[in-house]
Design a protein around this ligand. Structure first.
Ligand code: NAD
Length: 245
């Protein structure tokens, strides 16, 4: 017998990652029961069940989604991994599998972590809104697959069937336990490769504190109802002020 989906039961795909772990912690604090689905177990937390598997493995995913009504999808290969086949397999083919499996498992809501880079064409964007077109020439293959992933998730939104989706677009994410941004900056600086300024020193870059990114995802999940205007939409997420870089 299958467990009926409960509104307080959720799964975080990629929940062992930097952002995913903050999501898991905040969800637990808010009284959700949380399953993590990831290829690795990054930590232990009371009340959190870990299911180890690849999101391209439908059977493994289906087992982890039993009784779950809300799914956060924040798994991706690292942008720096430079493996085209892996980006295609996980971000595009894998996202199709995630959506199909969610529908089969009776999941009602899917929150995708997308990326603000999906609208970046290489020229500056200030106060960019969500109606900017997708980049025609994405800056890298990671971004190309994030565009396809986002489209798949938004197109799957179907209020008639009660399958609701929304995507959140952070740009850079910073905060404690960040495995990429600050460690790579520090390493680059140590190797003496940060002695140049590109432009006149007034460039701005958008970074959002990881707890705010996680909180934004949860607010989106809690607002996502069939009559809600956020169904099938995408939202940029940011702190108040960009960081001078
Ligand atoms: P992360 O690498 O820390 O976490 C990603 C997690 O996904 C990891 O735990 C990894 O094991 C898991 N994963 C990868 N492939 C998987 C697979 N095939 N099956 C199951 N799990 C898999 O990355 P993060 O910084 O936490 O990023 C989370 C999301 O946010 C990603 O979708 C990323 O594209 C997006 N994003 C991140 C940033 C940033 O600055 N960190 C900015 C914009 C968007």
């Amino acid at each position: 017998t299958r467990i009926r989906p409960s509104s307080k039961r959720c799964a975080v795909i990629g929940g062992s990652g930097f952002l995913g772990r903050y999501l898991v912690e905040q969800l637990v604090d808010r009284g959700y029961s949380v399953s993590v689905f990831d290829i690795r177990q990054g930590y232990e937390l009371p009340g959190v069940t870990f299911h180890l598997g690849d999101l391209c493995d439908k059977q493994a995913l289906l087992a982890a989604l039993e009784g779950v009504s809300l799914v956060f999808h924040c798994a991706s290969p690292a942008p720096s991994c430079d493996d085209r086949a892996l980006f295609q397999r996980v971000n595009v083919d894998g996202t199709r599998i995630v959506l199909q499996t969610c529908q089969e498992a009776g999941v009602q809501k899917v929150i995708l972590t997308s990326s603000a880079s999906v609208v970046y064409e290489g020229t500056d964007i200030k106060d960019g809104k969500e109606d900017l077109p997708y980049a025609k020439k994405p800056i890298d293959y990671y971004t190309e697959t994030k565009i396809q992933q986002e489209k798949l998730v938004l197109e799957a939104c179907d209020t008639q069937k009660g399958f609701l989706t929304v995507a959140i677009r952070p740009h850079g994410i910073f905060g404690p336990r960040d495995p990429q941004l600050v460690p790579i900056l520090v390493d680059t600086a140590r190797r003496g490769k940060m002695k140049f300024i590109i432009g006149d020193g007034s460039n701005l870059v958008d970074f959002t504190f990881v707890e705010n990114v996680a909180h934004g995802h949860i607010l989106a999940a809690e607002c996502l109802r069939p009559e809600s205007p956020i169904c099938g939409k995408v939202y940029h997420i940011t702190n108040d002020e960009p960081v001078r870089f």
